[in-house]
Design a protein around this ligand. Structure first.
Ligand SMILES: [Zn+2]
Length: 426
């Protein structure tokens, strides 16, 4: 048994709905861990005696749950900061050529290792990750995640209408997905997501297959993109003229349910959001990506009116940073442009327990609750002179907001996976 003593903050429930009681803050807290799981978390004054036999590590900083990245592409990590295009042209010019290289397993292994180490360095302990069309790209990521004991959900991309060199067929896409699900089920903390890239790159036959895979395997997620860019949306409307909207195309193939995660959802009708809420589908809000590609401004207020599940995605390589702190700062700006005010405690919730809920892993991580896996990080409010100056003597609310506006990977002092220190800032 081990205990970590210091200032602890977690937001297991959405303060937007549950109110301030959702915020759990212990100025002198104790996080007790046994066999990788949280045994207790609360004020040291209450727990200290009960767990007197635990070996105690004192931590200087703010302990929060590890971040959950609800949408990111590991094969695009080297294509981050590619200049000059919007979504469809950016894919053609920068991304598809980079993804073709993942036919080479050694390349996939090298990038997967780099990507996961970068996640840990940025304080991200769980993620829903796009691979490429190549099954080996998923094996590479899962092997590297298993080695590091990370909670990673991923899947082979389905794209039978993709460009040369990145095209599967409906039959091979389904068979490869089945084989990957069978190969990786129950190993470590890994999960599988059926992953049609988006409607433009899959045939109706392949989308129907994706629905069949989802129905046949109750433990897998559905991970895709939805309503990101006006050009993309027009393309989908032309191909399915009788569909109510973009979401309706996924819906008619059985792809909209409680295990579905759609990145972006920037241009949404009230009908589509209401249908998502009814189905229990989740959104990955990716502010830096939406700004970088000029896709548009996600409307948090509109999503909230329909009570849709929300997480935060970095969406690298269209996103501009793997830092969830930085991404929350951008989320604040996007919300300001939509006349909506993102509270810093709610932002932390979305980046931890909220994202975990979207990924259907909220019983395992995100809230530092007893029985959950002890994935947590230590935030350093003295990481930069400006952050230290802004935080000194400030309220918890203001310190947390300063971390989101001024903080990034420099503010992650250390990262723990199941109570084991997995990364320490030099
Ligand atoms: Zn994406």
């Amino acid at each position: 048994m081990k205990a970590f003593r210091g200032e602890i903050l977690s937001v297991p429930d959405d303060p937007g709905a549950a109110g301030p009681e959702a915020i759990r803050h212990y100025e002198d807290g104790l996080l007790v861990v046994e066999d990788g799981l949280v045994l207790a978390c609360g004020p040291c004054a209450e727990l200290g005696e009960r767990f007197a036999e635990a070996e105690v590590e004192q931590l200087d900083g703010l302990i929060v749950p590890g971040f959950v990245d609800a949408h990111v592409h590991y094969p695009q990590i080297g294509s981050i900061a590619s200049h000059g295009e919007q979504l469809m042209q950016w894919l053609e010019r920068h991304i598809f050529p980079a993804e073709k290289a993942f036919a080479d397993r050694a390349h996939a292994d090298e990038v997967a290792a780099f990507f996961l180490d970068e996640l840990l360095r940025h304080g991200t302990t769980s993620a829903l990750v796009f691979a490429t069309v190549h099954p080996g790209s998923v094996d590479a990521l899962f092997e590297a995640a298993l080695e590091r004991d990370m909670r990673i959900v991923s899947g082979k991309v389905l794209m039978d209408l993709g460009p040369d060199g990145l095209r599967d067929s409906a039959a091979s896409g389904r068979a490869d997905s089945e084989a990957l699900i069978a190969r990786w089920r129950g190993r470590g903390r890994l999960g599988y997501a059926v992953t049609p890239r988006f409607v433009p790159t899959s045939s109706s036959e392949q989308l129907a297959d994706a629905g069949a895979l989802l129905a046949a395997h109750p433990d897998v997620l559905l991970h895709s993109h939805l309503s990101e860019n006006p050009g993309e949306i027009a393309f989908v409307a032309e191909r399915y003229p009788d569909a109510a909207d973009y979401l309706d195309v996924y819906d008619r193939f059985g792809l909209v349910g409680p295990r579905s995660v759609f990145a972006h959802c920037v241009h949404m009708s009230d009908r589509a959001l209401s249908r998502m809420a009814e189905a229990g589908a989740g959104i990955a809000f990716c502010p830096t990506s939406n700004l970088f590609l000029g896709s548009g401004l996600f409307d948090l207020g509109q999503a909230d009116r329909h009570k849709v599940k929300l997480g935060i995605g970095t969406d690298v390589g269209a996103g501009t940073s793997l830092s969830i702190l930085h991404t929350l700062g951008a989320a604040y700006g996007v919300c300001q442009l939509r006349s909506c005010n993102l509270d810093p405690f709610r932002a932390l919730h979305l980046a931890t327990a909220g994202g975990a809920r979207v990924l259907n892993i909220a019983d395992r991580v995100g809230g530092l609750l007893p029985g959950q896996e002890a994935d947590f990080i230590l935030l350093d409010e003295k990481a930069t002179p400006l952050l230290a100056r802004r935080s000194a003597g400030a309220s918890l609310h203001d310190r947390l907001f300063a971390l989101q506006v001024l903080g990034d990977d420099r503010a992650i002092a250390a990262t723990w996976l199941r109570g084991r220190r997995a990364w320490t800032r030099p």
